[in-house]
Write a protein that binds this ligand. Structure first.
Ligand code: CP
Ligand code: NVA
Length: 309
C-alpha cells in the first residue's frame, strides 16, 4: 500500500520534523538525482500558479519530470472515471498530485492508485501549504512549539483546516478569528482537539480579533472567496470585512511578528498592501518554500512506496 498525503494529519509529527531536516538539505543543494527518470502526473480541476510551478520545477530539479493534466483536456471531461484515471496513471508514473473541488475525488484517486497521491488542494484541505507554512515558521522563528499563530478571516477554509491540524501536531498555539458563520468545520475542530491532546498544541476559535492577535508571533490570512465560492462573493466580503489584516488589526502582535499568506492575495480585501509588502511580510519566502518542502515530500513518499529503497 503506498503512502498518500491527502491530509496534514497523514504525517506524524516525527515524520514532519524529519521532512523539515531533509527540506533544509534539499534547499541548499537545489539539484539532485533523487527522482531520476521518475514521473509525477499533476491533475488539476482548478487553476494554480504556485502549486503547478513548484511541483513541476521540483520534479525537474530532482531529475524527474512532471506531466500536466486537466479536466477539460483529459478523458475525465467525457466521463472516464476517477478510479480508472488512478489505475492508468499508476501504470505510467511514480507519483500523482491532484488539485480538486471535492475532497472525495482525491480520496478516490488514492483508493485506486498503486502509487502515492498528494492533495494539491481540495475543498477541505491544502496540506502542501500547511506543511510549507510550518517549515517557513520554523525558519523564521527557530521553533514551532509554543509559537502563537493568529489566523484572521475565513476559518471555514482548506488552508485554515490544514493549519489547524498542523499547529496541533507541532505544539503551536493557533487562534482562528472568524465571523460565526465562517468558522472552521466542526470535523476539523474536533480532529485538531484530538491532535492537541496528544501533541500539546492548542487551537482556539473565536470572533475576537484582538484576543487572537495579542502577542502573536505569526499573523496569517487567506482569501475571503476561495476557488469555487464565487457565487458567495458579496456575502463573504460583507462578513469578513472586519477581519482584514491591516495596521490596526495587527497592533497587538509581538513587535517581530511575521505576516504570512498562502497567495494569491487580494490586496485591499483580506490584507492591505502595507502589510503584504511591508517589513513583517514573508509571503514570498513562504511561496518559495513550497518548492523545497514538496521536493522533500515527493522523495519521502516515493521512497516509502518502494519500502525505503
Ligand atoms: N498557494 C497556492 O496553492 O497557490 P496556487 O493556487 O497558485 O497554486
Ligand atoms: N483557500 C484558497 C487557497 C488558494 C491557494 C482557495 O481554495 O482558493
Amino acid at each position: 500500500m503506498p503512502l498518500h498525503f491527502l491530509s496534514q494529519s497523514d504525517l506524524t509529527p516525527k515524520t514532519i520534523h524529519a521532512l523539515f531536516e531533509r527540506t533544509t538539505v534539499i534547499k541548499g543543494e537545489r539539484l539532485s538525482d533523487a527522482l531520476l527518470g521518475r514521473s509525477l502526473v499533476m491533475f488539476f480541476e482548478k487553476t494554480s500558479t504556485r502549486t503547478r510551478l513548484s511541483f513541476e520545477i521540483g520534479m525537474t530539479q530532482l531529475g524527474g519530470h512532471a506531466v500536466y493534466l486537466d479536466r477539460d483536456s483529459s478523458q475525465i471531461s467525457r466521463g472516464e472515471s476517477v478510479a480508472d484515471l488512478a489505475r492508468v496513471v499508476s501504470r505510467y508514473a511514480d507519483l500523482i498530485m491532484a488539485r480538486v473541488y471535492a475532497h472525495r475525488t482525491v480520496a478516490e484517486l488514492a483508493e485506486h492508485a498503486s502509487i502515492p497521491v498528494i492533495n494539491g488542494l481540495s475543498d477541505a484541505e491544502h496540506p502542501c501549504q500547511s506543511l510549507t507554512d510550518l517549515f517557513t515558521m520554523l525558519e523564521c522563528k527557530g521553533r514551532l512549539e509554543g509559537l502563537k499563530i493568529a489566523y484572521l478571516g475565513d476559518g471555514d477554509n482548506n488552508v485554515a483546516h490544514s493549519l489547524m491540524l498542523g499547529a496541533a501536531q507541532v505544539g503551536a498555539d493557533l487562534w482562528i478569528a472568524s465571523p460565526g458563520e465562517l468558522q472552521p468545520d466542526t470535523w476539523f475542530v474536533d480532529a485538531a482537539a484530538k491532535l492537541s491532546e496528544r501533541f500539546g498544541g492548542t487551537v482556539t476559535v473565536t470572533e475576537n480579533i484582538d484576543q487572537a492577535v495579542e502577542h502573536a508571533d505569526v499573523i496569517y490570512t487567506d482569501v475571503w472567496v476561495s476557488m469555487g465560492q464565487e457565487s458567495e462573493n458579496e456575502r463573504r466580503l460583507e462578513l469578513l470585512r472586519p477581519y482584514q489584516v491591516n495596521r490596526k488589526s495587527v497592533s497587538g502582535a509581538k513587535p517581530d511578528f511575521v505576516f504570512m499568506h498562502c497567495l494569491p492575495a487580494h490586496i485591499g480585501q483580506e490584507v492591505t498592501a502595507e502589510l503584504a509588502y511591508g517589513p513583517h511580510s514573508v509571503i514570498f519566502d513562504q511561496a518559495e518554500n513550497r518548492l523545497h518542502v514538496q521536493k522533500a515530500l515527493m522523495v519521502y513518499l516515493f521512497e516509502s512506496s518502494r519500502g525505503g529503497e
